[in-house]
Design a protein around this ligand. Structure first.
Ligand SMILES: [Zn+2]
Length: 158
């Protein structure tokens, strides 16, 4: 369990001015501690530049499915994975996981999984609420673009 917060995460904690950030980046939004000391670390995975480029809905939806399923192979304690309504990023709450480099590595592996995926997981009418609305090619295009800036993920501001 991580006890001390990485200074890079501390510096960008919370909601930031969306005009001052540079996507893609990974940052921490909040840490919520429970009564027994467990901590929920809420991560912000921002893939495209706010108010400039949004991810098409079908690609957002497929990224959500793919990352929700694939990231669990690389990371313990994943609670959920959800899209931001603005279609520029995702929320990732994780139990007791505050290691920045480990998080970036897990996301890198997950995006590489998407590049070689043959289909979008859970994209069927039993397990999804809009099963026709998917684009694996769209998700792969975004994954490729985000991976091409892997060395910038921890640089949140201009
Ligand atoms: Zn769905």
């Amino acid at each position: 369990m991580t006890t001390e917060m990485d200074p890079r995460l501390k510096a960008t904690l919370g909601e930031q001015d969306h005009r001052k950030v540079v996507a893609p980046y990974i940052k921490l939004i909040s840490v919520t501690e429970g009564a027994r000391g467990d901590k929920v670390w809420l991560w912000d995975l921002r893939f495209t530049q706010p108010n400039t480029v949004h991810i098409p809905m079908a690609a957002v939806h497929s990224l959500e499915h793919c990352i929700a399923v694939f990231i669990r192979k690389h990371l313990d304690g994943v609670i959920n994975f959800g899209c931001m309504g603005c279609q520029t990023g995702f929320y990732l709450p994780v139990m007791n996981m505050g290691d920045y480099d480990q998080m970036c590595d897990a996301v890198e592996k997950t995006l590489n999984d998407i590049l070689v995926a043959k289909e979008v997981p859970l994209a069927n009418e039993e397990q999804c609420g809009w099963a026709k609305n998917h684009s694996l090619a769209g998700a792969q295009e975004i994954a490729r673009s985000v991976l091409s800036k892997r060395n910038k993920w921890t640089e949140v501001f201009k």
